[in-house]
Design a protein around this ligand. Sequence first.
Ligand code: GLY
Length: 401
Amino acid sequence: MNVTRVSILAILLLAFVPREAFNVKAQLDYCVGQVTRTAAFIPAAPPNLPRNILNGKTAWNYVGYKDWTSGFWPGTLWYVYEYTKDPKWKAKADLFTRELTPLAYQKAIDHDLGFQMYCSFGNGLRLTHNPAYKKILLAAADTLATLFNPNVGTILSWPRPVPNMEWPQHNTIMDNMINLELLFWASKNGGDKRLYDIAVSHATTTMNNHFRPDHTSYHAVVYDRKTGKKVKGVTHQGYADNSMWARGQSWAIYGFTMTYRETKDPKFLDFAQKVSDVYLERLPADLIPYWDFSAPDIPNAPKDASAAAVTASALLELSVFVKDKTKAALYRAKAEQMLETLSSANYQSRQLNNAFLLHSTGHKPNNSEVDASINYADYYYIEALLRLKKLQAGKSIQSIR
Ligand code: GLY
């Protein structure tokens, strides 16, 4: 039986088995409680951006603005402000957002600028229309664009030697798809129109080179920096070069859905569905992936709740775009099931620590952040909850409140 048939059966079963409605508001209130406790312990001076709570520990580890995850804490605060409308959260979000300002004006150290600036300043601008944020975001987009290599057609993700990337050849990682959102935004809000072309070129080149015939993704692709020819597809954070690293596939689901939103080009919508379908087909029963779909010690391998949070948020948006009603309902139902599982005692941190979620895996091959609480899991979890709340109220997920 293929995934569509199994899923239609599951949707029908869910429709007829009485169960408690998923209470989105209760989960958002939980997030506000956890953020309140986290905020109470934050150091006054940098490094003061919460990044992770390691397995078995209770205290956050903090990073400074240069860390690739620096935008997620201010971004989470903006989401809490969006939900509560309480100006106290706006003030806190502003404070931490501004810490990242230098990134817009320094030489780009990698592609993560989009994660850093769009989650912080991007959400801030969306909610406040502060012109100072807009100026900084436009500068950040220009800085990110300096990493674009026209010979290849993609952004150089890591402009430095990284094992297995054959430096100084050109490398692009799947995660880089998310950073295109900053370029799309800038091209439509006073920035150079070339930024739009760069984003489309990056997405198209990635679609053509980063996937195996079954639509599972390579984490990284190395290109000849002069000819643009693909040298090889490899992994960095996954189990093997030819395995599906869970968060990498989640970035693909989110990235191609967002690229369709920004371009309205149907080839990206079709592709977003293909990369989603293979991920959904291969998930374990609770819909939270192991850190890599080919991890050798499944079912004892660590899970990655962050991948589930990213995917849930992306599938909610995809469900709005897909015209086929059955398919759209499937994506929405899967996203809701993922959020229900993440909101259970198995995955919420609750009294164990002040993050939202347990059981994310950052970089298993380096044995770093394994089965931990991590800031980007929390960011995409609260984003997905807010998206679901808006959909339940009949609003667009892009709407404010
Ligand atoms: N580099 C982003 C990630 O770990 O997913």
